[in-house]
Design a binder for this molecule. Sequence first.
Ligand code: AMP
Ligand code: FE
Ligand code: FE
Ligand code: ZN
Length: 287
Amino acid sequence: MIDLHTHSVVSDGTDTPAELVANAAAAGLAVVALTDHDTFDGLPEARAAGERVGIEVVPGMELSCSRQHQSVHLLAYGADPEDLALAEELAMVRGGRTGRLRPVLAKLAELGVPVSEEEVLVFVGSSPSVGRPHIADAMVAAGHVLDRTEAFDRFLADGGPAHVARYAIDIGRGVDLVHGAGGVAVIAHPWGRGREHLLPPSILTELVAEHGLDGIEVDHQDHDPDTRATLRRLADRLGVLATGSSDYHGTGKVDHDLGVNTTDPETYARLRSMISQRAPATGRTGG
Ligand code: AMP
Ligand code: FE
Ligand code: FE
Ligand code: ZN
């Protein structure tokens, strides 16, 4: 079993990278990709754990992008963490994440569900990538909501009363940056949470034609069976990878257990050969 989308405590998951890899092995996975939001920092620990427990760890990252000011996620596989242009972009995104914290907390206070920056930072821990789930965890701890889902549904979701937009580049530019860093770019859960209007087939087709988007995450818990079937046909027609994955966040996301969706071995073989064909020399400047 092959699962190509997971999060550790290095972003908004609840397992350390080593725990995540051990849990992946215990769940019967042969291959797992660690794809923390906007950071590569968990990869060395995950790789070392993979060698210990004997499963393959694919180096990944989930890049925050946007289209028409709405959030779009891009999975990057095999991208070089040392690539200068990508590293600079990630620093900008993480800066935007940190900078958004106070305005969100101000809105929550106005809405009568106050949490302090200190309370949130307990859940951020050593993550360089501050996320709304960390704010949600602080709201749970303060007794304002029962779980992350309630925090998102009532306050934090895109367009919700405590939502504050943050810096993100256009999805096409994101694909270019991932390619510049020698990576393979797969759009994450494109039609989840009402995004089918944001990323219609015409736009996905354009991303493939103009930017060389490499794949579409088809099997994901945010996609119902009809959505999966339509996306799979589109991916096949465009000749790009159709992946499946859990988007595991530890205890942070229910119904996203490791291996709940998987990528078939033929597709993974294509992905691997694309990664190795593009593998850049490390330390390149990206210029
Ligand atoms: P952010 O990274 O700050 O933009 O927050 C987005 C993250 O919040 C996503 O990566 C998900 O992990 C998480 N998320 C979004 N919606 C929900 C939800 N309804 N319940 C739990 N987690 C969610
Ligand atoms: Fe997340
Ligand atoms: Fe995502
Ligand atoms: Zn994710």
